[in-house]
Each structure stands twice: as structure tokens, then as C-alpha cells.
Design a protein around this ligand. Structure first.
Ligand SMILES: [Fe+2]
Ligand SMILES: [Fe+2]
Length: 282
């Protein structure tokens, strides 16, 4: 009999129970029964640790950490995990370590990986650090997309992101990547913030996985600043793929989340920490 993939939302802006701490951040725990993967780590270590404890997940059992991108709300919780003696395999695009900012007229904010986490990454043994510019398989059935080509004309990074604090050099967030799983129901795509655009991500997964059916899309869709046109075109493009499950999380934004729930109806669920999704392994 095949086993199950278990995907648990550990950290998110919304929670399913009051004992789980919410924050502007995102983290998933993904297990196939053997490998224990942390996909992103939220913003605060205490949040990650509290929620893992409450959900019965032992972070010491994590053998693989994969980052969707280097923003602080996905990497901030990582320091302790990476400092536990080099027993964790770490996957990220090298640009995840960039110094970067969100630049708005009223506020400039450093939004990259915290320095202590960067240092912990640099201190990892070289054999444990894996730079995923290209697609990479973590197991036979679980892959990382690496760099996602920006093809669709209506998607962008979704915010005022720059590599300098004066707003001169645009940050294309080339480190943005997603994790995907091959299940008996079809492909399951886990996105972090979707700064590449969720439609670009889904199309890229179809290409690198050899195609097939998209069963589920789970993650931050970063439509929080998106125009109605972009939201509509995103929904249209996703609808063409006929997914059975869409779980908008984290930075999807209230307007886009409402539109997704309205359109996909029983196929959409608002993502909340504490939710567990099971998929049968191929
Ligand atoms: Fe985010
Ligand atoms: Fe982000």
C-alpha cells in the first residue's frame, strides 16, 4: 500500500485554533513518512517553535529545509534550525541571501533574510548547502522548481521591491521558487509568496514535471496589491487547469482570497495554520 504525503501549515497569517500563533509569515512541514521537509520557516523562531510543538511536529526531526525565497517572513525562523550541528540539508536559490528592501513613499524597510540567518547559512558545511537555481528533486516525488521563468504578461513580483534602499534597482526576486509533489491525484504545488506569479509557477511545474493534472495549489499567491484585472486573469488561468483544491494563504490578500472562494467554491479553502492535507503517494 502506498503511504501518504502529509502537508501541515505551521505558520500563517491566519490560524485554525487560538493556541497557534499567527504572524505575517509562512511555513509548511511536508513529510512522506521518511523525509521531513520544512518549506519556509516564518518570521519569528518562537512562532515556528510554538506552533510545531502544539501540532506535535518535532523540528529536530526535520532533515531538509527549503526556502521559497529569502524574504524575512519566510526565513526569519531559521537560525536555530540551521545551527544544530549541520545535520540539515538546506536548499535555496543563491539570490535568497540578497540584501533587499521594500521601498514605499512613507517607509523604506529592509525585507531580506535576517543577518543571523545569513550567517547560519554561510556556516553550514558545504555538503549541506544546495543552490537551487535549476529544478531539483528532493525525493523521487518531491521537487523544487528553481528559477521560475516570467512568461505571463499580467504577473509581476507584486510589490515595491528593490535591491537598494533608494528604489533604483528593481528586485526581480529571482530566488522565488515553489515545491511540488507527484501524488496519485495529480500534481500538488506549494508556493511561498508566488513573486514569480502563480500562473508562471504552475506552468513551470507542468513543464519540469513532465506534465499531468494539477490537483492542488497551496500557498501565498501575493495578490495583496494586485489589480482586479490581474486577479481575474489569474483565476481564469487557474480555472483552465481544473484544480480540485486551492488553498490561498499568507500574502494572497483579502480581495483575491474572496474572489478565489467565490469562483472555486467548494474547491477553495482559506489556508490556516494547523490545517493538514494528505495526498496519496504514487
Ligand atoms: Fe511572504
Ligand atoms: Fe515575499
Amino acid at each position: 500500500m502506498n503511504g501518504n504525503f502529509e502537508i501541515t501549515i505551521l505558520v500563517n497569517n491566519v490560524s485554525s485554533t487560538p493556541d497557534l500563533i499567527t504572524e505575517h509569515g509562512y511555513s509548511l512541514h511536508i513529510s512522506d513518512g521518511e523525509r521531513k521537509i520544512l518549506f519556509d520557516a516564518g518570521q519569528e523562531r518562537q512562532v515556528l517553535e510554538n506552533n510545531a510543538r502544539k501540532l506535535g511536529i518535532d523540528l529536530k526531526g526535520v532533515d531538509t529545509v527549503a526556502l521559497s525565497h529569502g524574504h524575512y517572513d519566510h526565513s526569519g525562523g531559521l537560525e536555530a534550525l540551521l545551527s544544530v550541528g549541520g545535520s540539515v540539508d538546506f536548499y535555496a536559490h543563491p539570490a535568497a541571501l540578497s540584501t533587499r528592501y521594500s521601498v514605499r513613499p512613507e517607509r523604506v524597510k529592509s525585507n531580506g533574510m535576517p543577518p543571523a540567518v545569513c550567517e547560519a547559512v554561510h556556516k553550514l558545511p558545504q555538503s549541506r548547502r544546495h543552490w537551487s537555481e535549476e529544478p531539483v528533486m528532493l525525493t523521487k516525488q518531491i521537487g523544487l522548481t528553481g528559477y521560475v521563468p516570467r512568461v505571463s504578461e499580467f504577473e509581476d513580483t507584486g510589490g515595491p521591491f528593490f535591491l537598494d534602499q533608494y528604489g533604483r534597482v528593481e528586485d526581480l526576486i529571482s530566488d522565488d521558487q515553489a515545491l511540488w509533489l507527484r501524488t496519485t491525484q495529480g500534481l500538488v504545488i506549494c508556493a511561498g509568496c508566488s513573486h514569480s506569479g502563480i500562473v508562471n509557477i504552475v506552468r513551470h511545474v507542468l513543464e519540469i514535471s513532465g506534465g499531468g493534472r494539477i490537483y492542488a495549489v497551496i500557498g501565498g499567491l501575493h495578490l495583496v496589491n494586485a489589480s482586479h484585472e490581474r486577479i481575474n486573469r489569474t483565476i481564469e488561468a487557474l480555472e483552465q487547469l481544473k484544480p480540485e483544491l486551492i488553498v490561498p494563504c499568507h500574502c494572497t490578500g483579502a480581495v483575491a482570497t474572496d474572489r478565489i472562494l467565490e469562483h472555486f467554491s467548494s474547491r477553495a479553502v482559506i489556508g490556516a495554520s494547523g490545517q493538514r492535507y494528505l495526498f496519496e503517494q504514487v
